[in-house]
Design a protein around this ligand. Structure first.
Ligand code: NCD
Length: 312
């Protein structure tokens, strides 16, 4: 099925074939993302960036993707500068924005906000992170990074490390890994385990999933170590945060027993979970991952807004 005109709220909105099509299209976008070729695929298109929560990479890579394809952006980078401050509902804001643009990229602190926005909008809505919910476009670039490193997304052993309770990047990524048949190894402090509803659903889908709280054991057999930041802003209680803050850190001694081809990934920003000394090792993939955000989001926008055709 084509993704033309579709909302992307959850990674589960995309089939395995659609994800594979997007990744193939993203590979072709790399020279365009680097600026060595140009494209007008989004000429005359306006994409609204509605960001009601802090963002660096997600918003800027979406904007870079639009510019590289010859389109234009309308950007809300600060919720405080909009009429939400005056009490306007998200529904009304999105409804209006959809009449100013051809698609809306939304980031919002509330889980479920993107689903609501998709109902309010007459144009496609792309979820760029809804609270502790989902972050499907991050998953696409995470998969692109793994595919570039290993040439496959099947049969890998992927450790998801850190805040699996509030981290939306891992909530999305786990479902995609299940779809591709890679092993999911969950490693987190006890209070930040993956919520039971996700664990049960992953098992129901037939995912190869297991918990391994011991970091050293998790790292030994891993192909990918996906590190996350503790989502400080989502804790209701500061004491709960302080109890887990700094409880894991990847440095060269942790990686001493890793497979030589292990890649360390992180959606970024990092806040002390990966020591800077790891940057100089062949394991570090997080800056390449951040770059791949651009070609992946180009492929997604071109698929949603470009000419309607079969395939992605
Ligand atoms: C992540 C997010 O916003 O969920 N960042 C990103 O999009 N690259 C991860 C995080 O903030 O920890």
């Amino acid at each position: 099925m084509s993704i033309h005109g579709r909302d992307i709220v959850s990674i589960r909105d995309l089939s395995r074939e659609e994800i594979e099509g997007l990744l193939a299209s993203a590979r072709k976008m790399i020279p365009l993302a680097e600026g060595s070729r140009s494209s007008r695929a989004l000429k005359d298109k306006v994409v609204a960036m509605a960001f009601f929560e802090p963002s660096t990479r997600t918003r800027l890579s979406f904007e870079a993707a639009v510019h590289r394809l010859g389109g234009n952006c309308l950007t809300i980078a600060d919720a405080g500068a909009t009429s939400l401050r005056k009490g306007e509902s998200l529904y009304d804001t999105i409804r209006m924005l959809s009449s100013y643009s051809d698609a809306i990229v939304l980031r919002h602190p509330n889980e479920g906000a993107a689903r609501l926005a998709a109902r309010a909008s007459e144009r496609p809505v792309i979820n760029a992170g809804d609270g502790a919910g989902q972050h499907p476009t991050q998953t696409l670039l995470d998969l692109a990074t793994m595919h570039e490193a290993f040439g496959t997304l099947s049969g890998l052993s992927v450790v998801l490390l850190g805040d699996l309770k509030y981290g939306r990047t891992v909530h999305s990524l786990a479902y995609a890994l299940a779809q591709f048949g890679s092993e999911i190894v969950l490693s987190s402090p006890p209070s930040l385990r993956l919520p039971e509803q996700h664990l049960a659903e992953l098992k129901r889908l037939g995912a190869k999933v297991r918990e391994e709280p011991l970091l050293a054991s998790a790292v030994k057999a891993a192909d990918v170590l996906y590190v996350t930041r503790i989502q400080k802003e989502r804790f209701a209680d500061d004491a709960e945060y302080r109890a887990v803050s700094g409880s894991y850190r990847i440095d060269t001694s942790v990686l001493a027993h890793a497979k030589p081809r292990l890649i360390v990934m992180h959606p970024l920003p990092r806040a002390g979970e990966i020591a800077p000394e790891v940057d100089a090792t062949p394991h570090a993939a997080y800056f390449r991952q951040a770059f791949l955000a651009v070609p992946v989001r180009m492929a997604l926008l071109a698929g949603i807004l470009g000419p309607a055709r079969r395939g992605a």
